[in-house]
Design a protein around this ligand. Structure first.
Ligand code: SF4
Length: 416
């Protein structure tokens, strides 16, 4: 069968082996927050493989992830410049043939080059090694769900495809977990015969995918939807009926009843229920986030009579410099210094409460820690060491609340 299967790429294989739903359901091509760290990390290593120095490459990493990238011990990786990064391949699994597109490819570029029936992929790093080669995949995710290399169909497909395309005798392949400071290697080896087994496995998965797509196109029949931790990375998760059913089961209490009857369950059933509940919890968080985004545009009336809407909130926070100034005058420099959270010049009410317990409680014989914290706050406020700021947040408020932002405030009737 030679046809294009949207979403049939090796990075999706571990999930597709468990559930083919994403091949037929509507998908959202979005970068999930848990993916950004990996995207930045991959680009960081790619630039070094292309000749940039680590500090040149680091300067291009987004602020949020720079520290994580800087912590990667490059000496524990292969010499990156001796190989190629982001190598594009196209695999025609039915014909048992592979094409190599070259280094520094993008997902879009590989997709555009794919012919009907070809499976596209981007390999993080590879190098020639005598009559064989080495193929590596960086794993920046902290997920515990990643199968070991020898059983991971994603990296095994990369290895088999590279072996086929370059006509290597043998390929060493592996996952490099870059989720802590020191990269951890998980390596295995594949020869020509084993590569044929991998191709058979991919062929079977592809055939199952094509059958699922055909059945859905014919009369809307869905393949079995299996909820599990793999749903976190599924591009169909937002519209997956199984996830929605899982959420509704929680809302109407049927999952609660199932938990109550847990003693009747086998360990396998309890494990299945646990996975469903975790998956439903993630789906609930996603839906709540979507509804809050909607409430920014239109206030949502709630059964309680309140509305969920964007409102203006104000916050009083201690001004670190002024706090230190006031406390230095009253209690001396040494005590005041400890009112700051070290090493950065910042403080918080919780930190000042602990400071009050340490420095003031002893001198107020009968006072409680709570009273001391309240007194300290009042004193700092009257001394002008507290700053007030306003910000917008989505919250449940009365429809008449004066804190509703302009666009959402109720309109006053016109005067005659
Ligand atoms: S969210 Fe989970 S159950 Fe639904 S299609 Fe994706 S992998 Fe399957």
């Amino acid at each position: 069968m030679s046809a294009q299967l949207h979403g049939f790429t090796p990075s999706a294989f571990p999930r597709l082996k468990r559930c083919l739903g994403a091949l037929v359901l509507p998908t959202v091509d979005e970068e999930l927050p848990q993916m950004t760290r990996g995207t930045e990390g991959h680009s960081y290593l790619q630039r070094i493989a292309n000749g940039a120095t680590p500090s040149e490459s680091l300067a291009k990493v987004e602020d949020e992830w720079r520290e994580d990238c800087a912590a990667v011990e490059l000496g524990a990786l292969p010499p990156l410049a001796s190989g190629l990064a982001e190598v594009g391949f196209l695999l025609d699994v039915d014909a048992g043939a592979a094409r190599v597109l070259g280094a520094n490819q993008t997902r879009e570029g590989v997709k555009a080059a794919a012919r009907d029936g070809e499976t596209r992929m981007l390999v993080d790093w590879l190098a020639q090694d005598g009559t064989g080669g080495v193929v590596l995949d960086w794993k920046f995710s902290r997920s515990e769900q990643i199968a070991p290399a020898a059983r991971n169909l994603q990296i095994r497909t990369y290895a088999a495809t590279a072996l086929l395309a370059y006509q290597w005798e043998v390929v060493r392949y592996g996952l490099i977990r870059v989720d802590g400071d020191r990269p951890r290697w998980d390596m295995a080896e594949m020869d020509w015969l084993e590569a044929q087994d991998v191709l058979s496995e991919v062929r079977e998965l592809r055939t199952a995918g094509l059958v699922a797509v055909e059945a859905y196109a014919k009369d809307g029949t869905l393949p079995p939807l299996r909820l599990g931790p793999w749903c976190d990375w599924c591009p169909a998760a937002r519209q997956c009926p199984a996830r929605v059913r899982g959420v509704l089961a929680v809302l109407d209490g049927s999952a609660g009843r199932a938990v109550a009857g847990m003693r009747e369950m086998s360990p396998e059933e309890a494990g299945e229920l646990y996975s469903r509940l975790v998956s439903a919890r993630d789906a609930v968080d996603t839906m709540l986030g979507d509804l809050k985004a909607l409430a920014k545009q239109v206030p949502l009336p709630l059964p309680s009579g309140k509305v969920l809407a964007e409102t203006e909130k104000s916050e009083a926070s201690p001004d670190p410099e002024r706090v230190v100034g006031v406390l230095t005058r009253l209690y001396g420099e040494d005590a005041a210094r400890h009112a700051l959270i070290q090493p950065t010049p910042k403080t918080s009410w919780a930190h000042l409460k602990a400071w009050g317990e340490a420095y003031l409680l002893a001198e107020r014989q009968r006072a409680s820690a709570g009273t001391v914290a309240v007194e300290l706050r009042k004193m700092l406020e009257s001394a002008g060491a507290v700053k007030r700021s306003t910000y917008l947040a989505v919250a449940e408020v009365s429809p008449e609340s004066p804190r509703l932002t302009g666009a959402l405030a109720p309109e006053l009737p016109e005067e005659n």
